[in-house]
Structure formats: C-alpha cells, structure tokens
Design a protein around this ligand. Structure first.
Ligand code: ADP
Length: 218
C-alpha cells in the first residue's frame, strides 16, 4: 500500500517535504491558502487544494481525519500553525509533525499534542556550525538537547589505531557504533577493529564529549 500524507503550508520547507515525499513514492495531499502555491504544486502533489487550515469544516470535508500523518509547515503565522495543529489532533490524526518557529511555539505545540516538532532552521544552523568548526564532522543527528550521533571522518592522527588503543569510551565517554568504510558498513565494531584512514566513524554521546574527542584526538 502506498503511504499517504498531508502537507499543509507550501513554503520552502513544506514545499520541499512535499516534493521529496512524492519523489519517494508517497501520495501527498498538498494544502495552502494561496492559490499561486497550490497551482504550482498541482503538478507535483497527488492532490493540491486551496484551503485555510484554521477552518475545521474545510479540513473535515477534505477527509483529513482519515490520514495517518499530517505535516504542518506553516511558517510565520504561529497562531495559524497552533490552531491547525489543535484541530488536526482533535480530529484524531495519529501522527502530526509540525515546524516550530521558536522555543515558545514549540512549547505550545507540545502541550496541544504535536507528535514531532521540528526546528529546521535551528538544526541546519547547528549542522553547518559543526561542519565549519571541524571539517571532520560530516553529519549530525540530534538525539536530545545534549546528545547526538555524529559522522566523523578519520584522519592520520587516529588511523592505524584500534578502538581499544584509542580507548575512546574511557577517555571521552562516547561510543563508536559503526564504521563506514567505502561501500562497507561495520555495525558495532569490536574493540580490536583497526581504524583506517578515511573511515567514517558513527559516534554516539554527549555533544560536548564528541567535540572534545574531535578537537583533541583529531
Ligand atoms: P517557509 O519559511 O517554509 O518558506 P512560509 O511562511 O513562506 O514558510 O510558508 C508558509 C506557507 O503556509 C505559505 O505558502 C502560506 O500561504 C501557507 N499558510 C499560512 N497560513 C495558512 C493557513 N491558515 N492555511 C493554509 N496555508 C497557510
């Protein structure tokens, strides 16, 4: 069965989610109050509809309550974003993902039952800052305010040593959960695994500890 989603708000963020979901083979109902936006997405989405998502009757008549997952990607209009999320949760949609503009917005969204709250600008800022600080940090997945998984490219300072030699867990309190080596991926590498130049280490731990490792060891 094809996956079905609703994306509300077709700005840069919602628009890019809509395009990517379609590219990945999903059915997407795209909703925006602007006819220009909807016209653009009528060529991309499975259905593109002009509607004001703060109008409960309009959402009901579109059958929003029958979808498993709705993405609320309304940008600057925080009030509309909150009201839309509230209506959708009240209609019983199990999974609602909402873009937050700031921490206050996120707090309210959490209270009214948003299932996943995303901060794309903030997260991208963090990711880019990490990339700028260290060319060895390739990617970054935030697990909580303090913890993350980072992809770190090995350099000549650690290449040739085994995980045991580096004693990363004892020295930094972080764990290597995988190694990407070309096409190969080694999951849960053993302590004897020798790190090669150019290996990409998947490291999990507190951000401060991972940064300590990157700055000191590499
Ligand atoms: P981004 O920062 O992701 O580009 P924008 O603020 O530019 O976000 O886009 C948000 C989109 O949400 C706009 O296309 C706007 O027309 C749409 N939008 C705003 N309020 C509503 C609403 N109540 N109902 C439906 N769409 C809305």
């Amino acid at each position: 069965m094809r996956k079905e989603f609703v994306v509300i708000g077709l700005g840069r963020f919602g628009g890019s989610i809509c395009r990517e979901l379609v590219r990945l083979g999903a059915d997407v109902m795209a909703i925006d109050s602007s006819s220009d936006r909807v016209e653009e997405f009528s060529k991309i989405a499975t259905h593109a509809v002009i509607a004001d998502s703060t109008d409960e009757e309009a959402l009901k008549s579109l059958g929003i309550q029958n979808f498993e997952h709705v993405i609320v990607a309304i940008g600057d209009d925080i009030q509309a974003s909150i009201l839309t999320t509230l209506i959708i949760k009240e209609l019983g949609v199990p999974q609602v993902t909402v873009k937050a503009q700031n921490d206050y917005h996120a707090k309210v969204l959490q209270k009214i039952g948003a299932d996943l709250i995303v901060h794309p600008e903030r997260d991208m800022g963090i990711r880019i800052a990490n990339n700028i600080m260290s060319s060895n940090v390739l990617d970054y997945l935030e697990l909580s305010d303090e913890h993350s998984i980072m992809e770190i490219k090995s350099n000549h300072r650690i290449a040739g040593y085994s995980i045991k030699d580096l004693d990363i867990r004892a020295n930094y309190g972080i764990n290597i959960i995988g190694i990407k080596r070309g096409e190969q991926i080694i999951i849960s590498p053993s302590a004897d695994e020798k790190i090669l130049l150019g290996d990409i280490l998947l490291v999990i731990g507190a951000v401060v500890d991972i940064n300590r490792f990157v700055n000191r060891a590499m």
